[in-house]
Design a protein. Structure first.
Length: 695
């Protein structure tokens, strides 16, 4: 490790001295020979990546961006072109390299390359922090914002200036040097506390150990996997284990496991959470905001914490009746199983739902899988999105990619025939690969005077790998995940802006960015769409209407209680960042006790769920966003329900108004224009099976 660092430093010195007075020609040649730091519109030659050229790309990007920023700092002619355009160009250079390093780090099979990608990403992130704290740059941009030219800017450019300025203000640039130093130290404390909080969850030592007498109900093969040499069984705190134990184990074992699971990170995270909230609140106060939520919401679609509270309270009321029905349904099932009690405990829910789904809907998911071979699903979603959104995909043969499993496609606009993007599909699990599903940006589409810089993105998922005698067969929930992620992908293919800063989807407001993917989940339940591709992999027979109807009906089992759980999480997160005062008497346990009734369940005694509520770190004052964006997703979907799920004119309208602007403009206005009226939550409620009372 040491020698690697030393090598890095020597290498860095060489680069700096080697680049002290580069000519443009030298620069261009070096750029072209590097597979990562490449000319715009060139694709990354993944096969040519080496740890060395990844670091070289990051170093060179930093040097080239710095040259532009140095000109900006020394510029006396204050104009959009001399200040803002330069700032945009510098960011473009950085993101050209830093954005794909995230993908490479999460997917590349070579550990040395992953390590280099991580280092390159950190180097550029640190450089970005420097830019965010650069007073000379800030002053120039501020000066520009006071000019006449600023007043007459087009909306996209004005938004760009405003967002960059807000970012500087929120970084504390208007404060005294002393306070700026304090802000810096607070941010680093917040970062460190967050890292430790998450580490305490993922490395929780909690485990359940049982002996033979307590194994009743647990499947034999699962027991065998977890058997220790001394004859006992040991269960870790991973999600697959959670799901199996909570479905099959006997009640006392489930309760024991549930308690351990809900106490991951306890007790150490109790104190860490209070310090996290304290530092965040202190940071917000110094920056001039009443609370951390007020501060964070300056960057979101939701206008104020009050509006978020109204939103949560409104949903709570509207979900109530359906949640009561759900509760009764589980209670009756419990009675029918001969179990006593007039209450449902939370550790009983997974098992009851499992039984309910089998009894009421008798969906055999193993059988349904046979109708969803991956290639059919890909063809289906391709056909659907190409038809609806005027796109055309073409597979690239023998692509230059990071693993033989990865496929590559070109994305054309049907109307103009022009290439607008390139995307990669990396679908099968392998060692050291990102283990969830996500759409990674590589490069955003940017409008240029003479055309378009093409968008580049990758979908990374983990679907079952085909075997010699069987194709990859997907569960319907996998199909839903694929549809969701493909929504992000299409969004990133068509979103475009003249301003690099606003190009692509990475700066779409956090509480709206899920809407264009949440809406896709609806198509995964649409009969006309399923008929296109849900065909038995051996017989070619279509999935029957009966099964499709069962899938649709089963979707709303428990939807009221699940909705209330989301309201609880959203309210809890908002309370901690908007009302809670650490070290003033109230504890986070008190908050849990006070808000838990929203869920309609009793809080399981001696549990501290907040110690493993990891989203508090990543989404501080942002958890509400999941339901917030879903309201818009479902409302927009209601248009497709009215006018046809495969209505091309509507699809194109959706592409133009909602997808193409990307991070530009006000999403609320865009949705209103798309709907032809103000958005509301009726469609969300309908999609959850909530009966609504007419006003
Ligand atoms: Zn998503």
């Amino acid at each position: 490790m040491n020698s690697k660092h030393l090598f890095g430093i020597i290498f860095l010195l060489f680069l700096i001295s080697g680049c002290s007075s580069p000519t443009n020609k030298e620069n261009a040649e070096k750029t072209i020979s590097n597979p990562l730091y490449r000319p715009v519109n060139d694709l990354i030659a993944f096969s040519k990546l080496t740890p060395e050229n990844i670091m070289e790309a990051a170093e060179n990007a930093k040097l080239d961006a710095e040259k532009i920023l140095e000109e900006l700092r020394n510029e006396n002619d204050i104009s959009y072109n001399s200040i803002m355009h330069r700032y945009d160009e510098a960011l473009k250079i950085i993101y050209t390299v830093s954005t794909p390093t995230e993908l490479i780090f999460e997917t590349h099979p070579d550990s040395a390359i992953r390590e280099a990608a991580k280092n390159a990403s950190e180097l550029l992130k640190n450089y970005e922090y420097q830019i965010d704290a650069d007073d000379k740059i800030y002053q120039k941009i501020k000066q520009f914002s006071q000019s006449e030219e600023y007043q007459s800017l087009s909306p996209d450019r004005k938004q760009f200036v405003d967002e960059v300025l807000l970012n500087y203000v929120n970084s504390g640039m208007d404060l005294s040097k002393e306070k700026q130093q304090f802000v810096k130290s607070l941010r680093s404390k917040i970062h460190n506390v967050g890292v430790n909080f998450l580490k305490n969850i993922s490395s929780s030592p909690n485990k359940l150990v049982i002996t033979d007498k307590d194994t009743v109900g647990i499947p034999q093969d699962f027991l065998a996997q977890n058997k220790k040499s001394d004859g006992t069984y040991e269960f870790d705190m991973s999600y697959p284990t959670y799901s199996t134990i909570m479905k099959f184990a006997k009640p006392e074992i489930r309760k024991k496991y549930f308690t351990l699971f809900k106490n991951r990170g306890y007790p150490e995270n109790m104190e860490l959470l209070d310090s996290l909230l304290y530092y965040r609140q202190t940071l917000a106060s110094i920056l001039g905001y009443k609370t951390y939520a007020d501060y964070k919401l300056t960057e979101r679609m939701a206008p104020s914490p009050e509006k978020v509270w109204d939103f949560e309270n409104d949903l709570k009321e509207k979900f109530d009746a359906k949640a009561n029905e759900d509760y009764q349904e589980l209670l009756e099932l419990k009675k029918s199983l001969g179990e006593c009690g007039d209450k449902i405990e939370e550790y009983e829910v997974s098992r009851l739902l499992y039984i309910l789904n089998r009894q009421k809907y008798s969906i055999d998911h193993e059988k349904v899988k046979k109708y969803f071979p991956l290639d059919n699903v890909i063809n289906g979603i391709f056909k659907m999105t190409q038809t609806l959104f005027g796109l055309n995909y073409e597979e690239v043969k023998n692509p230059d990619v990071w693993h033989p499993d990865v496929r590559m496609f070109k994305c054309y606009d049907t109307e103009t025939g022009k290439l607008i993007g390139v995307f990669y599909l990396d679908f099968f699990p392998r060692k050291n690969k990102y283990s969830h599903a996500a759409c990674f940006s590589i490069y955003p589409g940017q409008i240029q005077e003479n055309g378009l810089d093409i968008a580049q993105a990758a979908l990374v998922c983990n679907f079952p790998k085909p075997t010699e005698d069987k194709p990859s067969l997907m569960k319907h929930s996998d199909v839903e995940t694929f549809f969701h992620e493909f929504g992000h992908l299409v969004h990133s293919m068509v979103a475009k802006s003249r301003v690099f800063y606003l190009s692509g989807i990475d700066r779409v407001k956090l509480d709206f960015v899920e809407a264009p993917s949440q809406i896709y989940e609806n198509w995964a339940y649409e009969k006309d769409v399923l008929k296109i591709f849900a065909k038995h992999y051996q017989t070619g027979e279509s999935l029957s209407d009966e099964i499709i109807e069962k899938l649709i009906a089963a979707k709303n089992v428990y939807s009221g209680l699940a909705g209330l759980k989301q309201v609880f999480y959203g309210s809890y997160d908002m309370y901690l960042h908007n009302k809670y005062l650490p070290y003033q008497g109230e504890t986070t346990d008190d908050v849990t006790r006070n808000l838990y009734p929203i869920t309609k369940f009793d809080l399981t005694e001696d549990t501290h769920f907040q110690c493993n509520f990891g989203h508090l770190v990543g989404y501080g004052a942002g958890y509400y966003g999941y339901m917030w964006s879903k309201v818009f997703a479902q409302d927009m979907w209601s248009k497709f329900e009215e006018e046809g799920a495969m209505n091309k004119a509507l699809g194109m309208k959706y592409r133009k108004l909602i997808l193409e602007p990307g991070a530009q403009g006000d999403p609320y206005k865009a949705v209103t224009e798309f709907l032809g009226r103000e958005p509301n939550s009726n469609a969300l409620l309908k999609s959850m099976g909530v009966k609504q009372v007419e006003n």
